[in-house]
Design a protein around this ligand. Structure first.
Ligand SMILES: Cc1ncc(COP(=O)(O)O)c(C=O)c1O
Length: 396
């Protein structure tokens, strides 16, 4: 299949700024920066409460793939201790956290780059390896930060058509040219929840030229059934052009603290460390991540809760006759008759989900797996929203 050779997806034409009083410098900013369509996150609870005059305590947020349990009690205790000393700058090298990761993953500390969320590591990879004239390859429907970060460097995004909503590795391989410096793979992918078997990913990596960096983004890895998980960091010794990224935002419940990491060849890590800001991971985040890493049982329990919640959602969606994609993450994509209207109706009922029209999926909504009670709220609210939508269609 021929890849579509076009700029990174969320590009809007860089027209004149709306504000005619803007300084001339704004007009002289790189066109590729002015053309970036800003990232749109899940609506915060407080915003929905304010706009719709709802009690924030009654609102259920299933919009940003967070862990509905929050962090483990051990993590909260570690944060309280670290909070006593926020006067000093954090350890810019994250020694303790890197040491713990190093022994957990069986890699050297010099192979680890800590990030302000794994998003930071994705950005650092583009900063270190992309310049205008280069290109980066990623799949249609892949995590939106790949096109955004690519575009921010003035590089060209090569979006490869998806296969069954997931990555088409053969087509991605065919899209690599002499200009390609980076390839992104999300496994599992957000927002589709699609997943690639370890051997398929490894044989893809083996085919990628060594002068191209592959970023294997495993933000949702912990939610995979253990039988499907692979030790992808072990591949780095064979493929020194591989970067594997992980996060503490999802299964560990630390999204607000912003901490993640990448594992890579030491020489690649050295480059990323040159472009990162000196204190990119704060001290509370480092302490929390260290404690979270230790609480293996908490992550296992979170995986089980997610699996049970996923089954609950799948069963509950059945009678509502909506199409859904099988998901390996902590979220599920559902196709509804009128996504914007259903989204608004859910909001009015105090349930926040995520529209994904910006991914080219205008008929779908992404729903994060919540607690049992939150999932029930969502299913009941969706049934109401659909009934209202059918009623209003009949009235017209
Ligand atoms: C696939 C994927 N990768 C990376 C991230 C970045 O997460 P964080 O920066 O919180 O680690 C996300 C967040 O939603 C994601 O969905």
């Amino acid at each position: 299949m021929k890849p579509t050779q076009k700029p990174a997806k969320p590009v809007s034409a860089a027209g004149p700024p709306q504000d005619t009083n803007c300084p001339a410098a704004v007009l002289r900013a790189p066109e590729y920066v002015r053309a970036i369509a800003p990232y749109v996150g899940g609506k915060p609870i407080e915003e929905v409460a304010r706009e719709l005059d709802l009690d924030p305590a009654t609102i259920v947020k299933l919009a940003s793939n967070e862990n509905p349990r929050g962090p483990s009690p051990k993590v909260l205790a570690a944060i309280a201790v670290a909070a006593a000393d926020v006067t000093r700058y954090p350890d810019g090298n994250g020694f303790a956290l890197k040491a713990a990761l190093s022994s957990r993953l069986g890699v050297r500390q010099e192979q680890i780059v800590l990030g302000n969320g794994s998003n930071d590591v994705l950005e650092l990879a583009t900063q270190a390896f992309l310049r205008p004239g280069d290109d980066a390859v990623y799949s249609q429907y892949a995590f939106i930060v790949y096109p955004l970060a690519t575009q921010a460097r003035g590089a060209l995004g090569i979006e490869v058509p998806a296969k069954d909503h997931g990555h088409d590795l053969d087509a991605m391989h065919a899209a690599i040219t002499s200009r390609t410096r980076l390839v992104f793979i999300a496994n599992p992918n957000n927002p589709t929840g699609t997943w690639l078997a370890g051997d398929a990913v490894e044989s893809f990596i083996a085919r990628v030229p060594r002068d191209v960096i592959i970023v294997l983004d495993e933000a949702y890895n912990e939610f995979l059934d253990p039988s499907l998980q692979v030790d992808s960091t072990a591949w780095i010794s064979r493929y020194p052009n591989l970067i594997v990224t992980h996060t503490f935002s999802k299964a560990h419940g630390l999204a607000a603290l912003r901490v993640g990491y990448g594992v890579m060849h030491a020489s690649v890590a050295d480059l990323l460390n040159r472009v990162r800001q000196p204190f990119n991971v704060n001290s509370l985040a480092q302490a929390a991540a260290l404690a979270a890493l230790d609480d293996v049982k908490y992550v296992e329990d979170s995986r089980r809760l997610n699996r049970d919640g996923m089954h609950q959602l799948e069963a509950g969606l059945q009678p509502l006759s909506v199409r859904r994609l099988p998901s390996h993450g902590n979220f599920i994509l559902v196709e509804v008759a009128d996504a914007p209207a259903i989204y608004q109706s859910l909001l009015r009922q105090g349930v926040i989900v995520r529209p994904v029209a910006n991914y080219g999926l205008p008929a779908w909504l992404r729903v994060t797996v919540g607690t049992r009670a939150e999932n029930e709220r969502f299913l009941a609210a969706l049934a109401m929203a659909q009934a209202a939508s059918i009623g209003s269609a009949r009235a017209h």
